[in-house]
Design a protein around this ligand. Structure first.
Ligand SMILES: NC(=O)c1ccc[n+]([C@@H]2O[C@H](COP(=O)([O-])OP(=O)(O)OC[C@H]3O[C@@H](n4cnc5c(N)ncnc54)[C@H](O)[C@@H]3O)[C@@H](O)[C@H]2O)c1
Ligand SMILES: O=P(O)(O)OC[C@@H](O)[C@@H](O)[C@H](O)[C@H](O)CO
Length: 380
């Protein structure tokens, strides 16, 4: 069996590759990073290390690389003959790979391949695979669209494993936290013949993806932006400061109350989930840069993203959201010259009022929430 995986970066190699290999797949990794692609082509294997005292090593074999900029036809051919397609490339990049996936699907149809296929976006976003489907549809004709309806599933997914930026001599080596979770929405899957071990297939992904995004990712981003506010450069340094830790706990209390109210999670279980997340952020065997976790701040300020959505929904339910507002105000101060979105955000703030920028990047229409953020921005 063969997998085509888009994005041979941290989570691609450090988690999706591991699971696909364990399940007997050979993997065509698709990426634009020449160093990584050349190394995959040359060596056909790489190593993962679990960031814990034992430093267990896992070898992933039967892998190769395709550079999608240099060899798009090879990517199309790979998708056409694959048993599973996955992505871990970043939500902002999905639109740029949609045409290749569409052409691969079209080739599959023209070759008479009726084996059902799932295309699974493993990104930190709600509805990632369905978002990708909408982008792919733009490149398909009527016959292709009907073929997709019959044979190609785009099940949404949630993936959880902290994989920091890697700095090793070996460009393929990847150090990852031991914890991992990959969940797929079974109702949107069409390739029922493939059920991956160590992947959970659930009948409703929404509670799980919301719990993950609004606990792990809201909490992670809180640690990063609060840490940056107090001039820390790693998550480990930031979380060691009680001011950061207390803001993290307050934010997770707010999103926790919302998630419990919305999805009926047992409070004691959710508290354990939060405690586990805090311990994961403190992992002494991982060095995770604030700049990685805080990357793309405009995306993270989005309407359905890790701060604005819980603020909106907490307000609707009469629940507390002040700590989330505090962090949003800190995100507006996030200034990283190496992050294109941070540069754009700071430029917008120089040229417009804070309120106008908040309306634009968050998509909020509730003036009272915008006022609360503006007020908090003035206090920082
Ligand atoms: N790292 C984590 O801890 C983690 C955990 C869960 C989910 N995720 C999600 O996984 C996705 C990837 O994150 P990551 O941390 O692995 O990032 P990353 O930057 O390490 O990997 C992304 C890869 O995509 C490649 N890429 C960028 N543009 C491309 C293009 N146009 N065509 C082909 N390849 C392209 C990059 O070269 C890079 O290798 C994100 O959505 C992220 O939110 C990350
Ligand atoms: O990848 P992002 O930019 O959406 O978020 C940064 C981190 O919070 C994220 O990559 C986590 O490490 C990961 O989601 C843990 O499962």
């Amino acid at each position: 069996m063969k997998a085509t995986h888009f994005g041979a970066g941290n989570i691609g190699r450090g988690f999706i590759g591991e699971i696909l290999y364990q399940n007997g797949f050979s993997i065509d990794f698709v990426d634009i990073n020449e160093t990584i692609i050349d190394a995959l082509k040359e060596r056909n294997s790489y190593e993962i290390e679990l960031a814990a005292a034992e430093k267990k090593h896992i070898k992933v074999e039967q892998v190769t690389g395709i550079n999608n900029q240099k060899d798009p036809e090879a990517v199309i051919a790979s998708v056409a003959t694959s048993d599973i397609v996955t992505t871990a490339i970043g939500p902002n990049i999905l639109p740029f790979i949609a045409e290749l996936i569409a052409k691969g699907i079209q080739k599959r149809r023209l070759e008479g391949n009726d084996t059902p296929l799932d295309v699974i976006a493993c990104e930190n976003m709600i509805g990632g695979s369905q978002f990708l489907l909408n982008k792919v549809r733009e490149f398909l004709n009527e016959e292709d669209l009907s073929y997709v309806d019959d044979f190609i599933g785009f099940p949404n997914a949630a993936v959880d494993r902290i994989v920091p930026m890697q700095q090793h001599e070996d460009p393929l080596f990847v150090s990852v936290e031991p914890f991992c979770e990959w969940l797929v929405d079974d109702t949107q899957s069409k390739a029922k013949q493939i059920r991956l071990d160590n992947v959970g297939y659930v009948s409703d992904l929404t509670p799980y993806i919301e719990r993950k995004l609004f606990s792990v990712n809201t909490g992670h981003a809180t640690t990063a932006y609060t840490g940056n506010y107090y001039r820390y450069t790693t998550i480990g340094e930031a979380i060691a400061d009680d001011k950061v830790l207390n803001q993290l706990k307050a934010v997770l209390q707010e999103t926790g109350d919302l998630l419990i109210a919305k999805w009926d999670f047992a409070r004691s279980q959710h508290e354990q989930y939060i405690q586990k997340i805090i311990e994961r952020f403190k992992n002494p065997y991982i060095s995770d840069d604030v700049s990685r976790v805080a990357r793309t701040p405009i995306r993270k300020l989005g309407y359905d993203e890790r701060f604005i959505r819980p603020i909106r929904e907490a307000k609707e339910r009469g629940l507390a959201y002040q700590s989330l507002v505090n962090v949003v105000a800190m995100i507006l101060q996030y200034d990283d010259p190496n992050d294109e979105e941070s540069v754009r955000l700071q430029k917008m703030l120089k040229e417009n009022s804070v309120a106008d920028v908040i309306y634009e990047v968050t998509g909020l229409s509730d003036a009272s929430i915008v006022d609360e953020i503006v007020e908090k921005t003035g206090e920082n």
